[in-house]
Design a protein around this ligand. Structure first.
Ligand code: NAD
Length: 250
C-alpha cells in the first residue's frame, strides 16, 4: 500500500481514462498527485474523488494543455508549492485520429503531433529541473503498441507514438547521470473514452488480434505505471513496457 510513499507525481491527461486510473492508484500507494488536463471539470472531479478517500489532501487538479510550455511550468510549480517537489511525471495525455498518409489533413496531423509528441517533450523539459532538485525521479511516457508496429489507418498517431518511444530512450541516456529514469509504456486496446470513436465491429476485430482476446481495463496499465514510478524499478531505464495481452508477441 505504500509503494510510492513520500513521492509527488504529475499526470497529464489525468481527468479520465488511464490517467485517472493512474492518479487513483498512485494515491492508494501513498503518492501525492497533481492531475492536469484540458477537461477542467472532469479533472476536478477526479481529484475530489481521490481526496474524499484520503486522510489528508492527496490530489490537486489544474488546467494543463500539454502543448503549452507555460502550462507545464505552472504545473511543475504547483507540484512544488502544494506538495514540496516533483518525483514522477506521467506523460499520458494523448489524442487519436484515424486517417492514412494521404487522407490525413494538416490540421489533424498538427494536432496529433503537438499533443502526443511535442507535449511529451515539453513535459520532460519542464519536469527535469524539479527532479534534479529532488536528486532524481521517474518519467513514464505513454506510447502505444502503435508506436511499435504499423497499421493502415492511423498515420499521424503511429508517427507520434513511435517518436515517443525513441525520445524516451534519448532522455533515458541523457538523464541517467541525474538519477532520472525514463521509460515508455505501450498499451494495446484499453477500455477508455479514446476507443469510443472506434466502431464496435472494428474494435472487436482489433481485440481478437491479441492472443488474450480481450481488451484491458485502465488499471491494468496503471499498475505497470506504478511499478515504473516506484523504487522497485530502480535499474529500469530506457525500457519499453508492453501491456497488450500479447498483441505484438505474434
Ligand atoms: P482518454 O481519451 O480517455 O484520455 C486522454 C486524456 O488526455 C483525456 O483526459 C484528454 O482530455 C487529455 N488530453 C487531450 N488533449 C490534451 C491536451 N492538449 N492537454 C492535456 N490533456 C489532454 O484516453 P486514454 O486511453 O486514457 O489515453 C491515455 C494515453 O494512452 C494516451 O496517450 C493514448 O494515446 C494512450 N493509449 C491508449 C490506448 C487505448 O486503447 N485506449 C491504447 C494505446 C495507447
Amino acid at each position: 500500500m505504500e509503494r510510492l510513499k513520500g513521492k509527488v507525481a504529475l499526470i497529464s491527461g489525468g481527468a479520465r481514462g488511464q490517467g485517472a486510473a493512474e492518479a487513483r492508484l498512485f494515491a492508494t500507494e501513498g503518492a501525492k498527485v497533481v492531475v492536469g488536463d484540458v477537461l477542467d471539470d472532469v479533472c476536478k472531479q477526479t481529484a475530489d474523488e481521490i481526496n474524499a478517500k484520503a486522510a489528508t489532501k492527496a490530489a490537486v487538479a489544474l488546467h494543463l494543455d500539454v502543448t503549452r510550455a507555460n502550462d507545464w511550468r505552472a504545473a511543475v510549480a504547483a507540484s512544488e508549492r502544494e506538495f514540496g517537489g516533483l518525483d514522477i511525471l506521467v506523460n499520458n495525455a494523448g489524442i487519436y485520429r484515424t486517417g492514412g498518409i494521404e487522407d490525413t489533413d494538416e490540421e489533424d496531423w498538427d494536432a496529433v503531433v503537438n499533443i502526443n509528441q511535442k507535449g511529451v517533450w515539453l513535459g520532460m523539459k519542464a519536469a527535469v529541473p524539479a527532479m534534479r532538485r529532488r536528486g532524481g525521479g521517474s518519467i513514464i511516457n505513454i506510447s502505444s503498441i502503435y508506436g511499435l508496429i504499423g497499421s493502415a489507418g492511423s498515420a499521424a498517431y503511429h508517427g507520434t507514438k513511435g517518436a515517443v518511444r525513441l525520445l524516451t530512450k534519448a532522455a533515458a541516456v541523457q538523464y541517467a547521470p541525474d538519477r532520472i529514469r525514463v521509460n515508455s509504456v505501450h498499451p494495446g486496446v484499453i477500455l477508455t473514452p479514446m476507443v469510443d470513436i472506434v466502431p464496435p465491429e472494428q474494435l472487436q476485430s482489433l481485440i481478437e488480434l491479441a492472443p488474450m482476446k480481450r481488451a484491458a481495463q485502465p488499471e491494468e496499465v496503471g499498475w505497470c505505471v506504478v511499478f515504473l514510478a516506484s523504487d522497485e524499478a530502480s535499474f529500469v531505464t530506457g525500457a519499453e513496457l508492453v501491456v497488450d495481452g500479447g498483441y505484438t508477441a505474434i
